[in-house]
Design a protein around this ligand. Structure first.
Ligand code: NAD
Length: 288
């Protein structure tokens, strides 16, 4: 029996993308600027190709200028850095994505928010010109829809301490006055800690790990996990995606849960567009 609200990340991402598209058109007509996103991909790994194609498609549908540089697997690091340097200095480009440590990208074009400068600004609370990593930024918007901007008095628990999800998520929740606990693989009594959460963000990578009896009644649950699980139906092996939270089980206790797929995933890619538009605005001396 499911009682929790299903948080529709896909619909929210579509709405946000419409607003980004409108703002992009206005930036072009009023200031002659088109946000530009460059993706550098090294090698022909099919999974990365799909990932990049989706980003390119979304960028183009928002009205951005979008370029993809596909380099051979054996391209030297020096040549990759040379290309990144050209993009750093290209005024038509406002966001750069590259499968390298992000320190080679100019912090002002680091729309993933992984550069040490952007991490430092987020941690210090200087977010007026920082790029916030896309997944936690998208999670925060969904939390805000459920609980408002001020999370004073709320307890938030994050499962997972990665640099791209867990840690920035903690900074964002703290800035909104939540009381935050980060848990991870070495945490004792994880279900007991999770049970205190008014807000739970699960970013682990273990299918259906979080069960109903871990959850505080009425909690808001954001499931970041994306796990491919195998299922054999009539002798045929099929794959489906599932989160870190057992959705049906959790829905009997929580007040709202994000599904997988259709929750955090679509928000992540849209936040990348948000950051790229923001970068173009900041580069033009406008408010981000
Ligand atoms: P990661 O592998 O870098 O980190 C996983 C974290 O989980 C680690 O901090 C580890 O300590 C913790 N962990 C592992 N086993 C645990 C256990 N048994 N109990 C408690 N904690 C445990 O992962 P990541 O990059 O943060 O991604 C996490 C998940 O989120 C993955 O499934 C990934 O595919 C997904 N993800 C989704 C999006 C999206 O857009 N929806 C974006 C990024 C990551």
């Amino acid at each position: 029996m499911s009682t929790a609200k299903r948080i529709d990340g896909k619909a929210k991402a579509e709405q946000l993308a419409e607003s980004i598209t409108e703002q992009t058109a206005a930036l072009l007509s009023e200031h002659g600027i088109k946000p530009g996103l460059a993706v550098v991909i090294i090698g022909e790994d099919p999974a990365s190709q799909v990932y990049v194609r989706n980003k390119k498609r979304r960028a183009e549908s928002c009205g951005f200028y979008s370029v993809q540089h596909t380099l051979a697997e054996d391209t030297s690091q020096e040549d990759v850095l040379k290309l990144v340097d050209e993009l750093n200095n290209d005024d038509a480009i406002h966001g750069i994505l590259v499968q390298l440590p992000p320190q080679s990208i100019s912090p002002s074009k680091d729309v993933d928010g992984f550069h040490f400068v952007n991490i430092g600004k987020l941690t210090a609370g200087h977010t007026s010109d920082a790029f916030i990593p896309c997944t936690p930024a998208g999670c925060m918007l969904m939390i805000e829809d459920e609980l408002g901007k001020d999370l004073s008095g709320k307890t938030a628990v994050i499962i997972g301490r990665s640099n791209i999800v867990g840690k920035p998520m903690a900074s964002l929740l703290m800035q909104r006055n939540a009381t935050v606990t980060i848990t991870h693989s070495r945490t004792n009594d994880l279900p007991g800690v999770v049970k205190r959460a008014d807000i739970l963000v699960a970013a682990v990578g273990r299918p259906n790990m979080v069960k109903a009896d871990w959850i505080k009644p009425g909690a808001v649950i954001i499931d970041v996990g994306i796990n491919r699980v195998e299922k054999t139906i009539d002798g045929e092996t099929k794959y489906r995606l599932t989160g870190d939270v057992d959705y049906d089980d959790a829905s009997t206790v929580a007040s709202a849960v994000t599904p997988v797929p259709g929750g955090v995933g679509p928000m992540t890619i849209t936040m990348l567009m948000f950051n790229t538009l923001r970068s173009a605005r900041l580069a033009a001396g406008l408010e981000g």
